[in-house]
Design a protein around this ligand. Structure first.
Ligand code: IPE
Ligand code: IPE
Ligand code: MG
Length: 248
């Protein structure tokens, strides 16, 4: 039976986050250079973005480049940055046609100026779009944003604008790069790796984690539907007992 029609739309996650992994290994499997994998990963980005918008997911966050990824060979880093510029430029029209807003989380100012420019243009052009928000995590790491939040809050304490005992969870969330974006309910990682790699550590406190062996360039709409169906078959207890959930 068609996987899409099995999805219970009223129980769709509002926010799905994806660690797009396995581009390099996918390319290597076919005797191609790693960058070939990154290029093919773009089609998966397109399909998953479209699938989420069609279903009615409100936020889709894609981990595209971590602060740790700067440690890769310069050739690969440059290729990724160029690919980003090309992709954002090419996709603006599709984002407009589908009413999708593009935004980003991460230390954007440290990206090469061409990448920044393309990204800022894309975000500006799509800022009024309402159907879905596509969040690109670029030069992002969770420890970076948590450190920033701690620095901002502690300087408020230093200026006597806030007492340290008044700091709440909500205040911490508001000082992260994801402020005003709800926490993801579902986190998907492709390629068989079962780790978080410095992604949304605070925000995934209660997310359901879904790991699949499929490499990112092969991840298609049906793979996403499978992940959502898996999510919908889980019982989210938030510390309560199963009986409490059933009886409310
Ligand atoms: C994910 O694929 C893309 C980025 C991290 C930019 P990888 O490039 O990590 O591919 P593998 O994990 O080496 O196969
Ligand atoms: C995580 O993938 C970062 C992105 C998907 C952008 P990596 O491939 O960089 O993660 P590690 O190094 O295997 O943990
Ligand atoms: Mg990887």
């Amino acid at each position: 039976m068609d996987l899409k029609t099995q999805i219970d739309l009223p129980r769709l996650p509002k926010h799905i986050a994806v660690i797009m992994d396995g581009n390099g290994r996918w390319a290597k499997q076919q005797g191609k250079p790693r960058v070939f994998g990154h290029k093919n990963g773009v089609q998966s980005v397109r399909e998953i973005t479209e699938a989420c918008a069609e279903l009615g997911v409100e936020y889709l966050t894609l981990y595209a480049f971590s602060t740790e990824n700067w440690s890769r060979p310069a050739f690969e880093v440059n290729a990724l940055m160029t690919l980003l510029v090309e992709t954002v430029r090419k996709e603006i029209k599709t984002l407009m046609d589908n009413n999708i807003r593009l935004t980003s989380i991460g230390d954007i100012e440290k990206l090469p100026s061409k990448t920044q420019k393309a990204l800022k243009e894309g975000m500006h052009a799509t800022k009024g779009n309402k159907r879905m928000t596509l969040v690109l995590a670029l030069n992002y790491s969770s420890r970076w944003e948590i450190r920033n939040a701690v620095q901002q809050l502690s300087s408020k304490v230093g200026r006597n604008e806030l007492k340290s005992e008044e700091i709440t969870d909500a205040m911490i969330s508001e000082h992260l790069a994801t402020k005003s974006i709800p926490d993801p309910e579902l986190l998907i990682r492709t390629s068989g790796e079962c780790r978080i790699s410095n992604f949304l550590l605070w925000q995934i406190a209660y997310a359901e984690l879904y790991f699949t062996d499929v490499f990112w360039p092969e991840f298609r709409k049906n793979n996403l539907y499978e992940a959502i169906l898996d999510f919908q078959n889980r019982e989210r207890r938030f510390g309560k007992t199963s009986e409490q959930i059933v009886t409310k």
